[in-house]
Design a protein around this ligand. Structure first.
Ligand code: CTP
Ligand code: C5P
Length: 381
C-alpha cells in the first residue's frame, strides 16, 4: 500500500529507491520493482557496475550498458541511477531524495559477508517486498548450464531438475537455498493481471503486431520492440507456445516457458498486450480479430511454418508487413553461448552465492535454537 506523507498539509511525492545487479533481467526483478513502485509515487533504481558485481558476486552475464538499458525499459521504473554503490548508503538515498529503500526478502551480502542494506535498515529507511519464487539470474544460468529441458514439457508445465544433474546443483532440498535454489515458479492469473496494462486499444489507435519466442528477454528484443512500437500506438506481442518454439529453435529451447515469457514481455514499457500462445503463421483471422494495421519482424531469420510456408505470407500479400532493423545483434543463442563459454566461472559463482545463503540460514537457525555463540550474524538485520 502506498503511504501518504504530508508536508504542510500537502501530500508529498514519495520517492522509492531500489538497487541491484539486474543481470539477465527477468520477471522476478520486474515484480520486485512493481511492488516497490506501489509503495510510493516515483521509483528510482540504482544499478551496479560490472566491476562492483565481479568483486562481490562474480562476473555478470550482461555488461552495465546492457543492464542499464534493460532496467530503463521496465514499465514501473521512473529513473535509473548508473553505477550505484553495492552497499546502499544514506548519502545515495539523500542525493536522489528517496524516502526509503525497497528490496526483496532475501539477503544480499558483500564479498566479506556484510549485509548490503545494513545502513538503511539501521536508519529505518528499509522495506521488504516478497521475492518471486522460482526465478533468479542464478537459476536461469543454472538452466542453461544444465541444458535441462525439464522446465517445460509439451502442453504441461514441469519445473524439476533432471536427476542426472544432481551432482552439479544438488537435489537435496535441505541443501538448497530458499532464495536462489531452483524452486518452482507458480504462474497465476493474478500475476498476469498485475503485469498487464489492461487497456484495450482506442478506436483511433494504430495497432502493430509482432510475434516470436522472446526467450530470455534481452536487449535485442528491447531495441526491436522500441522500434516496432514507434510504427503505431498499440503494440501486441504474440508469443509462440513452447512446442512451437522447440520445433523451430530445436535443442532445449525455449529456456523460459510460455508463462515466464509472458511476464517478461508484459513488463516492457513498449508492450500493450500479449497473445499467450500465438499461431505461428499470422493469419487473416488473427489480423481482423485484433484490428492489426501493421505486422513487423526484425532482422533475424524466419523459419517456415510446418507446411513449408512463410508465416508472414498473408500480411506481406496485403502490404501490411514491415521489416524492422533492431540494430542489435543479440540473440537468445548468444546468451547461452556466453554462459557456456564461461561455464566454470558461472558454476563457481552460483555455488558461492548459494553457500553464502545456506551459511546464513544455518547461523539464523543456530541463533534461534540458542546455540549461537559470538557474532555469526554480523550480516543480518
Ligand atoms: N528479486 C526478486 N525476485 C527474484 C529475483 C530478484 O524480488 N526472483 C529482487 C531482489 O530481491 C532485489 C532485486 O530483485 O530486490 C534485484 O536483485 P539482484 O541484485 O539483481 O539479484 P538477484 O536477481 O537476486 O540475483 P541472483 O539471481 O544472482 O540471485
Ligand atoms: O528470436 P525471437 O523470436 O525471440 O525474436 C522476436 C522478434 O525480435 C523477431 O521479430 C526478431 O527478428 C526480433 N529481434 C531483433 N533483433 C534481435 C533479436 C530479435 O530484431 N537482436
Amino acid at each position: 500500500m502506498q503511504e501518504d506523507i504530508k508536508v504542510n498539509g500537502h501530500k508529498k511525492t514519495v520517492k522509492v529507491w531500489c538497487d541491484g545487479c539486474y543481470d539477465m533481467v527477468h520477471f522476478g526483478h520486474a515484480n520486485s520493482l512493481r511492488q516497490a513502485k506501489a509503495l510510493g509515487d516515483y521509483l528510482v533504481v540504482g544499478v551496479h557496475t560490472d566491476e562492483e558485481i565481479s568483486k562481490h558476486k562474480g562476473p555478470p552475464v550482461f555488461n552495465e550498458e546492457e543492464r542499464y538499458k534493460m532496467v530503463r525499459a521496465i514499465k514501473w521504473v521512473d529513473e535509473v541511477v548508473e553505477a550505484a554503490p553495492y552497499v546502499t548508503t544514506l548519502e545515495t538515498m539523500d542525493t536522489y531524495e528517496c524516502d526509503f529503500c525497497v528490496h526483496g526478502d532475501d539477503i544480499t551480502m558483500t564479498a566479506d559477508g556484510v549485509d548490503t542494506y545494513h545502513q538503511v535498515k539501521a536508519a529505518k529507511r528499509y522495506k521488504e517486498v516478497q521475492r518471486t519464487a522460482g526465478v533468479s539470474t542464478t537459476d536461469l544460468v543454472g538452466r542453461m548450464l544444465l541444458l535441462t529441458r525439464n522446465h517445460f514439457r509439451q502442453g504441461q508445465y514441469e519445473y524439476s531438475v533432471d536427476s542426472d544433474h544432481s551432482s552439479s546443483m544438488g537435489l537435496d532440498s535441505s541443501a538448497r537455498s530458499p532464495w536462489t535454489g531452483c524452486s518452482q515458479f507458480l504462474p497465476t492469473t493474478q500475476k498476469i493481471i498485475q503485469f498487464s496494462d489492461g487497456r484495450p486499444p482506442l478506436p483511433t489507435d494504430r495497432v502493430v503486431y509482432v510475434a516470436g519466442a522472446f526467450d530470455l528477454f534481452h536487449v535485442g528484443h528491447l531495441d526491436f520492440l522500441e522500434k516496432a512500437r514507434r510504427l503505431g500506438d498499440y503494440l501486441i506481442v504474440g508469443l509462440h507456445t513452447d512446442p512451437t518454439v522447440n520445433r523451430y529453435k530445436g535443442s532445449n529451447y525455449p529456456i523460459m516457458n510460455l508463462h515466464e515469457r509472458v511476464l517478461s514481455v508484459l513488463a516492457c514499457r513498449y508492450v500493450s498486450e500479449v497473445v499467450i500462445g500465438a499461431p505461428y503463421s499470422v493469419t487473416k483471422d488473427l489480423m481482423e480479430h485484433f484490428g492489426v494495421h501493421a505486422v513487423a519482424h526484425g532482422s533475424t531469420p524466419v523459419a517456415p511454418d510446418e507446411d513449408g510456408r512463410d508465416p508472414f505470407l498473408y500480411p506481406k500479400a496485403i502490404g501490411k508487413f514491415i521489416s524492422v532493423e533492431s540494430g542489435n545483434d543479440m540473440t537468445t543463442e548468444k546468451i547461452v553461448e556466453r554462459i557456456i563459454r564461461n561455464r566454470l566461472e558461472f558454476e563457481a559463482r552460483n555455488l558461492k552465492k548459494e553457500k553464502k545463503e545456506m551459511d546464513l540460514i544455518r547461523a539464523i537457525e543456530a541463533q534461534k535454537s540458542g546455540s549461537c555463540k559470538g557474532d555469526v550474524l554480523k550480516m543480518s538485520a
